[in-house]
Write a protein that binds this ligand. Structure first.
Ligand code: S3P
Length: 166
């Protein structure tokens, strides 16, 4: 079976929904950011701080390419991975793409206590969320399936994706 790639903004639910979806479909869950951390021996925040975003994006592309050779995996990607057309092509060639959406306010609520998102480590995160989301919307809508998770539980979102896959 092909892979299922979860795309979408930080805090849209890719990891939690992806894990639930993997259980329900008996597939293997993989978190792209975790694989990047393993491959670099550093946390995402350390990579951003020590080597910069451009370096991070290069590693992200390389690791995604490696993962695309697998099958029957649910892959939760980082929120910015879809900005690179080559990444989107890699995913489309090896699976189904599913974008998870959520409103800026819900995203803020979900990520505000996390120190894992260097891009949102700014004075006014809600403005930054809106700005980045606006820039990225055109990329997220290129997915095969789109699910708004704003008002859904993790379980409901996973079921909605399963319904759309069938
Ligand atoms: C990023 C999202 C993060 C992580 C990195 C950059 C982004 O992943 O890849 O901090 O550009 O939106 P999550 O979407 O899993 O938080």
């Amino acid at each position: 079976m092909k892979n299922i790639y979860l795309l979408g903004f930080m805090g849209s639910g890719k990891t939690s929904v992806g894990k639930r979806l993997a259980e329900k479909k008996n597939m293997t869950f993989i978190d792209l950011d975790e694989k990047i951390e393993e491959s670099e021996g550093m946390s995402i925040a350390e990579i951003f701080a020590g080597k910069g975003e451009e370096y991070f994006r290069d590693v992200e592309k390389k690791v995604l390419k490696e993962l695309s050779a697998m099958d029957s995996c649910i892959v939760a990607t980082g929120g910015g991975a879809v900005m690179d057309p080559e990444n989107l092509q890699t995913m489309k060639n090896s699976g189904v793409t599913v974008s998870l959406l959520a409103s800026p306010e819900i995203v803020h609520e979900r990520v505000k206590n996390s120190n894992l998102r260097p891009l949102l480590n700014v004075e006014n995160p809600i403005d930054e969320i809106k700005k980045l989301m606006f820039e990225r919307a055109a990329f997220y809508i290129k997915s095969d399936i789109i699910v708004d998770t704003s008002d859904l539980s993790v379980d409901e979102a996973a079921d909605e994706i399963i319904g759309e896959l069938n």
